[in-house]
Design a protein around this ligand. Structure first.
Ligand code: OGA
Ligand code: NI
Length: 358
C-alpha cells in the first residue's frame, strides 16, 4: 500500500528555473532518468507521421458530418489531434502564453508566496508525486482550479504580472466553451445523447483546471525529461503548446512522435476517464515532454474532469455481451490520488482499473 502523506513534500523543493539559471553544466543526479526512459537522440520532426490536424472551420460548434467523422477517427486511432479555426481568439491565446512566461520569470521570492502542497496541488510547484528519492522532471508549473465554480479562488491565482487573473478568466471562458462543444461531438460519435459525457462528468459541476508548464533550458537534455511519460487522468485535455519550441511527444506503438505545433492551434487529447466511460472505444495515450539546451518552453494544459465524487464507469450503451464492461467504477477523487502520490507513471493506473476477467 502507498503510505506517503499528501500533507507535505518529502524533500525541500528545488525550482528548476533557478537550477537552469545557476549556470550548471551537468544536471543533478535527481533529474537523470534511467536509460530506457531517456529521449533517444532527437533529430527533428518525424515527417512521415504526425497527429491528425482538424480544421473546425471557424465555427464554435455545429460542425459538419465530415468534421465529426475526422474527430471520431482521431479519437479512435490516435487519442490525440490538433484543431485549427476552433473559435478561440488567437490573440488571447498568445497573450495568455506570454503572461505565463512572464510569471515564471518573476523573482523566486515573489513566486514562493504561491508555493503549492501535494494535497490540492494548487499554486506554484516543481514536482509531481511525493515519493522520497524519486527521479524528478525538468519543469516548474502552476496549477489552478476553474470549475466547478465553488473550487475557484482567484486569490490563489498569480496577482502578477498585472492583469494575469483577468486574462485567465477570459481564456477559461473560451476554452471551456470549446471543450463543451467537443464533448458533445464525442458523445454523438459514441452513439450517445449529445449531453451524455457532460452529464456523466457532473453537468454544471464538471471539473476544469489549468496547469501552466515551464520547461527551462537544460544543459543535458538527453539525460532527462521535462515531463515523464503519462496519460492524463481526467476526461479531455486542451493544450496550448509553445508555438516556437517543440517538445511534446506522443506514443504510437513503440515509437515516440514529436508533435509539430501549428500556429494558433490547440492539441486535444483523450484522458483516462474518457477511456473508462467509452469502454475503451477511445483510449488515453501516453505522452511526455523533452527539453533542450537552447530554448525554454511554455505550455498551458486545460484539464476537463469529472466532478470528484461521482462514480465513473463504462456507459451502459457501450457495454454488450461481446464488449463487457472493461473497468470497475471509481470516483475521480479516488483515481487521482494515485498520480498525486506516484507522479507520472505511463498508463499503469488505468490498466489497474481493469475488471477481473470473468
Ligand atoms: C500535461 C502535458 C504537455 C506539454 O501537462 O499533462 O502533457 O506539452 N503537457 O507540456
Ligand atoms: Ni499530459
Amino acid at each position: 500500500m502507498m503510505s506517503n502523506s499528501l500533507d507535505y513534500w518529502p524533500e525541500p523543493i528545488v525550482r528548476v528555473r533557478s537550477l537552469s539559471e545557476s549556470g550548471i553544466t551537468r544536471i543533478p543526479s535527481r533529474y537523470v532518468k534511467p536509460l530506457p526512459d531517456r529521449p533517444t537522440s532527437f533529430s527533428g520532426f518525424d515527417t512521415k507521421s504526425n497527429i491528425p490536424v482538424i480544421d473546425l472551420g471557424g465555427e464554435s460548434g455545429g460542425w459538419s458530418e465530415a468534421i465529426l467523422g475526422r474527430i471520431n477517427e482521431a479519437c479512435r486511432d490516435w487519442g490525440f489531434f490538433q484543431v485549427v479555426n476552433h473559435g478561440v481568439d488567437p490573440g488571447i491565446m498568445r497573450e495568455m502564453r506570454e503572461k505565463w512566461r512572464e510569471f515564471f520569470h518573476l523573482p523566486e521570492e515573489l513566486k514562493a508566496e504561491y508555493s503549492n502542497n501535494p494535497c490540492t496541488y494548487e499554486g506554484y510547484g516543481s514536482r509531481l508525486g511525493v515519493e522520497k528519492g524519486a527521479v524528478l522532471d525538468w519543469s516548474d508549473y502552476y496549477f489552478l482550479h476553474y470549475l466547478p465554480p465553488f473550487s475557484r479562488d482567484p486569490m490563489k491565482w498569480p496577482s502578477q504580472p498585472s492583469l494575469c487573473r483577468e486574462l485567465i478568466a477570459e481564456y477559461s471562458v473560451q476554452v471551456v466553451g470549446l471543450c463543451c462543444e467537443l464533448m458533445k461531438v464525442l458523445s454523438i460519435n459514441l452513439g450517445l445523447p449529445e449531453d451524455y459525457i457532460q452529464e456523466a462528468f457532473g453537468g454544471g459541476d464538471m471539473g476544469a483546471c489549468l496547469r501552466a508548464n515551464f520547461y527551462p533550458k537544460c544543459p543535458q537534455p538527453d539525460l532527462t525529461l521535462g515531463l515523464s511519460s503519462h496519460s492524463d487522468p481526467g476526461g479531455l485535455t486542451i493544450l496550448l503548446p509553445d508555438e516556437n519550441v517543440p517538445g511534446l511527444q506522443v506514443r504510437k506503438g513503440d515509437r515516440w512522435i514529436t508533435v509539430k505545433p501549428i500556429p494558433d492551434a490547440f492539441i486535444v487529447n483523450i484522458g483516462d476517464q474518457m477511456q473508462v466511460l467509452s469502454n475503451a472505444r477511445y483510449k488515453s495515450v501516453e505522452h511526455r515532454v523533452i527539453v533542450n539546451s537552447g530554448k525554454e518552453r511554455v505550455s498551458l494544459a486545460y484539464f476537463f474532469n469529472p466532478r470528484g465524487d461521482i462514480l465513473i464507469k463504462p456507459a451502459e450503451e457501450l457495454v454488450t455481451e461481446d464488449q463487457p464492461a472493461l473497468y470497475l467504477p471509481m470516483t475521480f477523487n479516488e483515481y487521482r490520488l494515485y498520480i498525486r502520490r506516484k507522479g507520472p507513471c505511463g498508463k499503469s493506473q488505468v490498466e489497474a482499473l481493469k475488471s477481473p476477467r470473468r
